[in-house]
Design a protein around this ligand. Structure first.
Ligand code: OXK
Ligand code: ADP
Ligand code: TPW
Ligand code: MG
Length: 571
């Protein structure tokens, strides 16, 4: 394949697609790129590094993509992932789709084969119609055909990823374009930075009044925060909203810590009771999807319930149940408009007291389980040990995946600060672990602890080499119960159960083999000691925690969603 050179008069200074792409990304404030290189994008990494920027090179594009999406979530700037054509692109696409599902801003840039060959299906190197394959999985899918269009394409990608409901954007760059040259001066003129790429969207005053009236008349109001509220980065306004109104709140998993789990109005430990008994629920950046039982059924109790919903995406309103008071706009504007309208209002104190009492009782009931030793560690006492260490490091990012390893950690480990928990998100996807850990370390510059089930870890396990190579302050804790959900499932004759893994796998030695520190622990005391030492060292560490194979339950806390045969096995 030849490099096409545009006709430029001799003696004119040149630039090319590679350089223009990098200029455009730099102008838009991108400093870190996550990716995996090869034809035709190899030079992207080299040149990005040569310019003094960071390129995090992964072992599989899916993990690079998860890293980019988490960078987007944490920073409110699009996270960028670069992949090679067809197979690399498809590996990255899973992460782009996941970013879009989670409302995280991300740009997947992939090299692609030449149009004229792809379109006639003539079998180019890594041939695939990537542009159209990406389209249903993201907010927009753009192709760049000329170097002078790189600037506009990057601006459109940034604006699309960030504005309204954030999400993924795909940028398709056919191989030849990277090295196509044009006049440097003309190229420079073709670049710009978008003004206000995520514009504020103010709610209508009538909508604010309707919502405030509903809240003022509530006897048992509740505020439910989702990860959209954490993403919005208006933490102080949100805290004021809660404290001024005296309304109890509860976070969805990634909104834990938006306001500290130890705040007196936090009702997380009274979850079932508050969902059932509340009469007006203010949803802030949380969808009424499966994680909230679609807003109906026994999760929400028998008493009539009215919803206020704050969301930037108008079509989210009424997606599952009637919304009495929609507040369509950005969270910062909506929350502040509500605060103004609710000035002087206080929620009934008896309700807050009832919630606090219930939450305190749940916490007290859980406490002894977290510190009771067992012959082999279970989820409670191992996570209790982790919780006690992490109390001393509130600004650590906790990454969490698995089934029991996820649900129990969410319940046991308190979060104190906003955007310090990254987990399996809207799809409940396994494999976000190491990519998220790399991004959190890279973007925050602070330590990261990833608590992973042994199955969950396996999806991205090779990236411990990436963690070690970049010498990141990441501690991976593997909750090794020897399988998916449990490690004690009986195996059929002459086979190994499809839910089991080798329980003697030495995950600690895997980490040692890539140059990190590996520790294997069997008691809560050993676990505490190893975790504290690892955080203090700031070095890549893997702690393998041996968990009782009988400790877990099928699908963790969402066993109700599991489908089982009504008639059993028929031979
Ligand atoms: C909470 N709770 C507490 C505390 N915090 N008790 C004591 N102390 C503290 N600190 C109580 C809380 O009141 C609940 O009890 C219970 O613990 C669990 O709380 P929580 O918040 O975790 O809620 P729940 O009902 O388990 O789950 C809600 C959820 C969940 C579905 C929204 O937060 C979630 O995000 N789940 C994600 C699941 C997932 O994606 N899994 C991965 C895929 S698994 P009660 O008594 O008040 O109810 C899979 O795909 O296949 O198996 C597969
Ligand atoms: P969770 O899983 O934590 O319940 P979801 O991902 O379901 O949260 O919901 C996040 C919601 O937040 C999405 O509907 C999204 O449109 C919305 N959102 C994201 N950012 C903003 C913002 N800045 N302002 C308003 N809504 C937002
Ligand atoms: C991409 C299905 C949900 S949870 C899980 C799987 C495979 C693993 C649970 O075992 P683990 O945790 O991690 O050892 P524990 O503590 O309960 O033993 N593929 C993808 N996503 C999902 N959710 C699955 C499969 C699944
Ligand atoms: Mg397991």
């Amino acid at each position: 394949m030849s490099n096409e050179t545009a006709v430029v008069p001799e003696g004119v200074e040149l630039t090319d697609g590679f350089n223009l792409l990098m200029d455009a990304l730099e102008m838009n404030g991108i400093t870190n790129i996550y990716g995996l290189l090869g034809i035709p994008v190899t030079e992207v990494g080299r040149m990005w590094q040569a310019r003094g920027n960071k390129f995090y090179s992964f072992r599989n594009e899916q993990n690079a993509g998860y890293a980019a999406s988490v960078a987007g979530y944490l920073t409110k700037k699009p996270g960028v992932c670069v992949t090679v054509s067809a197979p690399g692109f498809l590996n990255g696409l899973t992460a782009l789709a996941n970013a879009t599902t989670n409302c995280f801003p991300m740009i997947l840039i992939s090299g692609s084969s030449e149009r004229e060959i792809v379109d006639l299906q003539q079998g180019d190197y890594e041939e695939m119609d990537q542009l159209n394959i990406a389209r249903p999985h993201c907010k927009a899918s753009f192709r760049i055909n000329r170097p002078e269009d790189i600037g506009v394409a990057v601006v459109r990608a940034v604006r699309t990823a960030l504005s309204g409901r954030p999400g993924g954007v795909y940028l398709d760059i056919p191989a030849r374009l990277f090295s196509t040259v044009m006049s440097a001066e003309e190229g420079k003129k073709s670049l710009w930075v978008p003004v206000d790429p995520a514009p504020a969207q103010l709610p209508a005053p009538s909508a604010v009044k309707r919502a405030a009236d509903l809240i003022k008349n509530a006897k048992k109001p509740l505020i439910l925060f989702g990860k959209g509220a954490a993403y919005a980065q208006c933490d102080a306004d949100i805290l004021s909203f809660v404290e001024e109104t005296g309304i109890p709140f509860t976070p969805m998993s990634m909104a834990k810590g938006l306001i500290s789990d130890t705040h007196p109005q936090c009702g997380a430990a009274a979850r079932s009771m508050i969902l059932q008994e509340s009469d007006v629920v203010v949803l802030v950046g949380a969808r009424l999807n499966w994680l909230l039982a679609h807003g109906k059924g026994k999760t929400w109790g028998a008493a009539p319930k009215k919803f206020v919903q704050i969301d930037i995406q108008a079509s989210e309103i009424d997606s599952n149940v009637p919304i009495a008071a929609p507040l369509v706009g950005d969270i910062e504007s909506c929350v502040n408009a509500l605060r103004a309208e609710l000035k002087g209002f206080k929620a009934p104190a008896e309700w807050l007291n009832a919630v606090s009492e219930k939450a305190a009782a749940s916490r007290a009931k859980l406490a002894p389980k977290l510190s009771t030793a067992t012959p082999v560690m279970n989820y409670h006492n191992s996570l209790g040990a982790i919780r006690d260490v992490l109390k001393n490091y509130p600004d650590i990012t906790l990454v969490n995946e698995g089934a029991n390893a996820l649900d129990n950690a969410r319940m046991v480990i308190d979060q104190y600060l906003p955007r310090k928990r990254v987990d399996t998100g809207t799809w409940g996807v396994m494999g976000i672990g190491m990519g998220s850990a790399v991004a959190a370390a890279a973007e925050t510059g602070k330590p990261v602890v990833a608590v992973c089930g042994d199955s969950a870890f396996g999806f991205s396990g090779m990236e411990i080499e990436t963690v070690a190579r970049y010498d990141l302050p990441v501690t991976v804790i593997i909750m090794n119960n020897g399988g998916i959900y449990r490690g004690d499932e009986p195996s059929p004759d002459h086979q190994i159960s499809c839910m089991l893994f080798n329980p003697n796998t030495r995950y600690d030695l895997l980490m040692e083999s890539v140059g990190g520190t590996g520790v294997r622990v069997t008691t809560p005391e050993e676990l505490s000691k190893a975790l504290d030492a690892s955080i203090k060292s700031g070095k890549p560490t893997l702690i393998e925690a041996i968990i009782d194979p009988a400790a877990g339950v099928e699908s963790g806390r969402i066993g109700n969603l599991n489908i089982v045969s009504k008639v059993g096995t028929k031979k």
